[in-house]
Design a protein around this ligand. Sequence first.
Ligand SMILES: N[C@H](CCC[C@H](N)C(=O)O)C(=O)O
Length: 288
Amino acid sequence: MTREFAKMHGLGNDFVVFDATREPLTMTPELARAVADRRLGVGCDQILVVEPPPAPDVDFGYRIYNADGSESGQCGNGARCFARFVRDRGLSDRNPLVVATIAGRMTLAIADDGQVRVDLGVPVFEPADIPFEAPRREPTYNLAMDGGRELMVHALAIGNPHAVMVVDDVDSAPVSVQGPAVERHPRFPARVNVGFMAIHGPDHVALRVFERGVGETRACGSGACAAMIAGRLFHGLDETVRVDLPGGQLAVSWAGEGEPVYLTGPATHVFDGRLPMSMETAGNHGGR
Ligand SMILES: N[C@H](CCC[C@H](N)C(=O)O)C(=O)O
């Protein structure tokens, strides 16, 4: 049995998108890993599944699986591609769309110029909600790392957990070393996405993100939101900020605590294809 999919990306953060609105799709960690494998499968950072609405007040369910097979409650770049996929496939002509992930609701609006504006909801900062192990909420947290080093991070969640570090220069930031070390730090019991932000001005930052369950990606929408939020709270950023990522630029707007965060950027369709759903039995013997 085969299954049709669309290959899409948001600034190079790439996705395999399945329509499960008419035919259910059981996405297992094994199948997700097989599909995401860049040698044995299609290859992607995340798999996105469009599901029927789980409640009467939403238009669709939105499921997100990382390349390592783990499920996430948020994917900002993916949400833009989700909206484009739904529109292109004629699954709905509603605009904006309201979708439900496992972590909450999001609103997706396609603008006339093709850009998509996503409401990712209200960020949370209490350690228990991130989740992060700390006795109380602090502006920054000192993470004790192997070898006795300490790293200072901001921590928050917007449907998924983020640790944000401020660096002088993203190009020289030790993403490949500190990214995995923080992603799996024991104080983040569900692991964490790790952002490295350089502040160029009150309305302009550069960012690289080592994503939970994937590694460094060319862009991370929720990571851009998390970095801007930390920057606005603790480093004087404006209400709307341009975020330069390796794959391109996103715009993030956030009015302050208790308010939703908005992400605006492109969504690109690359090609359609068909997959044998028996892939998970094909096994995933390749590395990533
Ligand atoms: N690429 C996504 C982030 C995926 C988050 C995932 N890595 C996790 O939370 O486990 C984005 O554009 O927001």
